[in-house]
Write a protein that binds this ligand. Structure first.
Ligand code: LFR
Length: 438
């Protein structure tokens, strides 16, 4: 059987809709729509323009349907994690969703004992902390994470997809269900029933909508083209999500101190990883300079960088990134030097996270896979291989959308098997590049 599915993948800086065709051991994808995404500051609060995103999703689905004359078999949606819309009792959206980089959670500190319950690294923007600063909560009857919200608008059906729900901080990492203890103070009924990747999630214009790993990182990890179990991944885009895939969570005090997270993955796996600030540092620098990356990258090859801690919270909010980097490094730098500093610092942060993931989980790796937009950045891939002392396999850049496509294709019966089988399809269909440590 062959299936044609539409994957909607929303990233912090752009969204896209891909048409994926899967069957007879083959995987083919085509991008049918791409659009920019970004925050909108409104009366001092940073928001997402969620209606504009929904309109672009509709445009993408229309283009996908036009291209596929036989008819779509399924639609799946993923996006960044943690952010949400609140609905009133009639199901109408209360207020515009707030961006996780908004300052409303600044200064928040986690309660004692949280890590043991939810297994999540501390990030001030995790949904549970946003809810502590949420003025609309008392008026809300339900919360939907961004992909679930868009899915609701398409289908009229509500649910909470599991992989993304684990990023809220409200899921018990052992049971995989909403934690009665962690959700005690929330309005009852706020959190919808969980659904899992592969579950049916309603229909849009007669086409089934399928739950995928709706946390973008969960979908990206599905499409890591690994040929061995001994691999680490770096899902490298606005963030670098660096870690390993495990069968069960690591909840030790050392793991907590190292700020490693245990997020829910597809097929009951655990995504054991650390958030590294990622290409956001470059994206914000380029925005300040109002310039493009390519020429600067060439010059950065020979520039002298300084190493800084990319995970310092000073780099989290939008704003003048070059100024913050130079301040951190205590010197004035040219643009190529700043770019080089970012890449050197990310490579070292990648190395540290790969080393910590192995040490804390006991899982040893022999290869590092870089997927996502960052896999196109040759200098970053080489510097990461050098720092890790391990071969790096780069690609696919659209891993998230591919993981989304593959989970749908499996749900409709066009492909069978485990994650290893899905990964084999990616390996055999996508151009990959290998970097050896120097
Ligand atoms: C990546 C990502 C990360 C999450 C961050 C905020 O796009 O989903 O996994 O930590 O965005 O949600």
């Amino acid at each position: 059987m062959r299936a044609t599915v539409a994957a909607v993948d929303l990233g912090a800086s752009s969204g896209r809709v891909l048409l994926g065709s899967v069957g007879d051991g083959k995987l083919h994808t085509e991008e049918v729509h791409r659009f920019p995404n970004g925050p909108v500051r409104l009366l001092g609060t940073l928001h997402w323009d969620v209606l504009a995103l929904y309109r672009e999703v509709l445009t993408g689905l229309r283009l996908a349907a036009e291209l596929d004359s036989v008819g779509l078999d399924s639609i799946g949606i993923d996006s960044w994690a943690v952010d949400y819309g609140l609905l009133d009792a009639r199901g109408a959206l209360l207020g515009n969703p707030v961006h996780y980089r908004d300052s409303r959670t600044e200064g928040i500190t986690p309660a004692e004992g949280l890590y043991e319950l939810n297994g999540l690294q501390f990030q001030p923007f995790n949904t549970m902390f946003q809810l502590m600063a949420e003025p609309l909560l008392e008026h809300a009857s339900q919360l939907l994470l961004i992909p679930d919200l868009l899915s609701y608008w398409l289908t009229g059906e509500r649910g909470a997809e599991y992989t993304n729900a684990t990023t809220t901080g409200l899921i018990d990492v052992r049971s995989g269900r909403w934690s009665p203890e962690l959700t005690r103070d929330l309005p009852s009924g706020l959190l919808p029933d969980l659904r899992h990747p592969g579950d049916a999630a309603g229909t849009y214009e007669g086409v089934p909508v399928t739950a995928v790993g709706s946390h973008d990182t969960a979908s990206a990890v599905v499409a890591v083209p690994a040929s061995t179990e001994r691999f680490a991944y770096i899902s490298c885009g606005t963030w670098s999500l660096v870690g390993v895939e495990l069968d069960s969570p690591v909840l030790t005090a050392e793991s907590k101190a190292a700020n490693f997270t245990n997020e829910g993955g597809v097929d009951g796996t655990i995504r054991y990883l650390r958030n590294v600030m990622g290409l956001w540092l470059l994206q914000e620098s380029l925005r300040s300079w109002n310039t493009s990356l390519e020429p600067l990258l060439k010059e950065a090859e020979h520039a002298q960088g300084s190493v800084f801690d990319p995970n310092d919270p000073v780099f989290l909010p939008p704003g003048d990134m070059p100024a913050r980097i130079q301040q951190w490094c205590g010197r004035t730098m040219t643009r190529p030097e700043i770019v080089r500093s970012v890449l050197d610092s990310l490579a070292i942060a990648h190395r540290d996270a790969v080393a910590d993931a192995q040490r804390l989980s006991g899982k040893e790796v022999e290869v590092v896979h870089i997927v996502g937009g960052g896999s196109h950045n040759e200098l970053l891939c080489q510097l990461t291989a050098d720092a890790c002392g391990l071969p790096v396999v780069a690609g696919p850049a659209e891993a998230t959308a591919l993981g989304n496509v593959l989970v749908q294709a499996r749900a409709v019966g066009a492909v069978h098997g485990t994650l290893a089988d899905l990964r084999k399809l990616v390996r055999e269909s996508q151009p990959l590049r290998r970097y050896l440590p120097r």
